[in-house]
Design a protein around this ligand. Structure first.
Ligand code: ATP
Ligand code: MG
Length: 400
């Protein structure tokens, strides 16, 4: 009898001192939630590793073979706190016979998943001293066996494509290769933040980055129908789903921003529209944050990228709210942000060409270095208090 299981390795979590238990418990819960659609699972920990396997006696199609289990593996490595994971095969043994058979069977499946892997070495760990072969003897035996059975394989001890591991313990485990995880800390260990999520490239990445430090997320999107289409809104919902693969459950708050923007467009200085609009957005976001248990705001701003992201403009948007605004991309250039966006699977959605509200009501010559006088003049004919109130009240909530 053998079963496919997944072996996941924990990272930074294991460096925690007294809190380590809390972090580990959270990580296991997050794994349970992320894997909720993969049948009944047993998730348990031993030292700095977490094992995931089908509940005893359950026929679980996701674990039927290594190829099917790859889907679970890919979900596991998206959970923050996991450094890497491998597909393993677990089986009972009495002698080298079972270890040999299972090694060959495992390798067949493994090479279907990773056909480009050609060089390897074997490492064995004998945890049961009564087993007749020593660790080096097991390695040699299995190494020779794999070479005999797979023409494409060659040994390379210095820099192999994969290491084939054999662990002889209460059960025997064989596994090869590692899929790298997203590292970070388990979501839920660092409070909750309100992400200002637009349809662009930057804000989903900003949310991902804060979640990687353990922060739970809600998101707010300012929608200006019909100036921004329903397709633009669907796109933001899709982006929220992508971010939530990493950050877990979230609520997306969609603010109906049309009347507020029209009001600003008519009654405010054209060159100051961007800054004024952002000041109102931030105030609405802060109110929603407080109502939903969030202790900070998160944006995808990057210094100097556009008119609203100069130091002066950032200062004038900061001053309207009390809570911290985290801008994880502030010192990151666009190419690097795009790389992360691709890695998390958001890029293709982010570049779909639906207008976001900022591009519709955009001034031709925005003021890049506004002064106090500019702000006062721009807001003189606006009832900001009412705008914020209306914005908060006109919010639709979507569970992601
Ligand atoms: P992004 O790629 O995230 O859209 P951007 O480079 O287009 O960012 P701006 O449009 O200036 O930059 O927006 C800066 C930040 O303000 C965004 O990263 C996002 O956090 C927030 N933001 C902008 N527009 C909206 C919106 N319609 N709804 C919610 N947040 C928004
Ligand atoms: Mg944008």
């Amino acid at each position: 009898m053998s079963t496919n299981v997944i072996l996941a390795r924990m990272g930074e979590v294991t460096l925690k001192g007294l809190n380590r238990g809390t972090f580990e418990a959270r990580l296991k819960n997050n794994l349970k939630y992320r894997l909720r659609n993969f049948g009944k699972l047993k998730i348990y920990q031993s030292q700095s590793r977490i094992w995931i396997e089908p509940k005893d006696g359950d026929a679980n199609p996701y674990f039927e073979n290594e190829v099917a289990a790859k889907e679970i593996l890919d979900a596991v490595v998206q959970v923050f706190g996991i450094v890497s994971a491998s597909l393993a095969r677990k089986f009972e043994y009495t002698s080298m016979d079972e270890i040999r058979t299972n090694s060959v069977e495992y390798m067949k499946e493994y090479l279907k998943l990773f056909p480009e892997h050609e060089t390897f070495k074997v490492e064995a760990k004998r945890g049961v001293k009564s087993f007749p072969l020593t660790s080096p003897q097991i390695s040699e035996d299995i190494g020779g066996l794999l070479l005999e059975n797979f023409d494409s394989l060659r040994v390379n001890v210095k820099k192999p494509d994969f290491v084939f591991m054999v662990e002889v313990r209460d059960f025997c485990y064989v596994y090869a290769g590692k899929v790298m995880g997203h590292r970070g800390l388990p979501v839920g260990t660092a409070g909750k933040g309100m992400l200002l999520l637009s349809g662009g490239i930057d804000s989903p990445v900003a949310g991902y980055m804060m979640a990687s430090r353990g922060m739970e997320l809600d998101a707010v999107y300012f929608h200006s129908f019909p100036y921004t289409s329903d397709r633009a809104k669907d796109k933001v919902v899709d982006l929220a789903k992508i971010v939530s693969k990493f950050s877990g459950k979230m609520t997306l708050h969609v603010v109906n921003f049309t009347d507020i923007q029209l009001d600003m467009y008519k009654n405010s200085r054209q060159d100051m529209l961007t800054v004024t609009m952002r000041r109102v957005m931030l105030q609405i976001a802060e109110r929603l944050a407080k109502e939903n248990g969030c202790g900070c705001l998160i944006t995808g701003e990057s210094l100097g990228q556009v008119a609203s992201q100069t130091l002066e403009a950032i200062n004038f948007t900061n001053e309207v709210v009390d809570m911290p605004i985290f801008r994880p991309l502030i010192g990151i250039d666009k190419e690097a942000t795009c790389d992360i966006s691709r890695r998390i699977g958001a890029f293709e959605t982010s570049i779909l060409p639906y207008e976001d509200c900022c591009t519709v009501f955009v001034a031709k010559h925005p003021k890049t270095h506004p002064s106090r006088e500019d702000i006062i003049e721009a807001e003189a004919n606006l009832d900001i208090q009412k705008m914020v109130e209306d914005g908060v009240n006109g919010t639709e909530q979507i569970k992601i």
